[in-house]
Write a new protein. Sequence first.
Length: 344
Amino acid sequence: MLDVTAPPARPAVRSWAEVLRTGNLSPGVPLDAVSRWLIITRASVLSMTLTSAAIGGLLAAAEGEFSWLPFVLAAAGLLLCHAGNNMTNDLFDFESGVDTPDYARAQYAPHPLLGGLVSKRTLVGAILAANVAAGAIAVSLMLLRGWPVLAFAGAGFFISFFYVAEPLRLKHHGLGEPAVFLVWGPLMIGGTYFVTAGDVEPWVFLASMPYALLVTTVLIGKHLDKRAQDEERGIRTLVVLLGERTSLALNKVLFVAFYLSVLALIVTGVLGVWVALVAISLPRLRAVLQAYSRPKPEVKPANYPIWPLWYVAWAFILNRPAGYLLVAGLVLNAIVPVKLPALL
């Protein structure tokens, strides 16, 4: 359990930055209220949701169809949903006996309940508050843009809720990875585009594919790190079903597929040439592929913050810069639109 009584030894903002970067605090660092809730909501991974929202908004901006208020509301709603879903997963996995002190979830960072960060009653209240706020945003956007908002939001909520909830428990039947692909791609990016522009066309869903692949690699990496424990508990993730060797190979293919899919979208004129900025992250791709080709260390490396996770960390090391470069390219596409067919 993190130390909550020692006097502050450094500015709180440094703690917030560390939690956002690693999902945890170094041993002996005092836990302030903001850091506590950043850990409880697993805020370190919310950047993926913000990136998906940004992609949807920027795709709309490139078409000259950008409204600030719906975009901001959509992004806020998605972040609330993601935070609420993270807390819901921890609650349900705790209640079902999946999350125990010896399970990876309670080892790489404090579990909200097992780690004593919050009471069950407070956690339930926070989940309800996040979902009520997100629901209010969805209703307001529906009144502004029409019923398709509820289709996007409803599908996302359904998948997120039943990711670990009975009776579907998608994660337990090899459907967690496809669910993440669908949510962080077509639903988040396509939904944000719709509320920002007022409509949506099929090419937007194609444009959502690269980042959806990148987010999926993060989940596969996490399930690789928990494969043995999940198999013991009867949690049949896609990684458990495929096996470690095949799953490692699959993630390497998906890493490369991100870049190939971006290239395909440029060549076909779906996206402007500026998204080729993702190529700047190719050295990071090489490092990640090398890490996936080596055995996971048997003991915790020195100063490593999120052990026993390993493969997910490498996936996230690629996700952040590649995702941010994709967003930067879309910003340039919106400002100076250049597509390959126009150059031929």
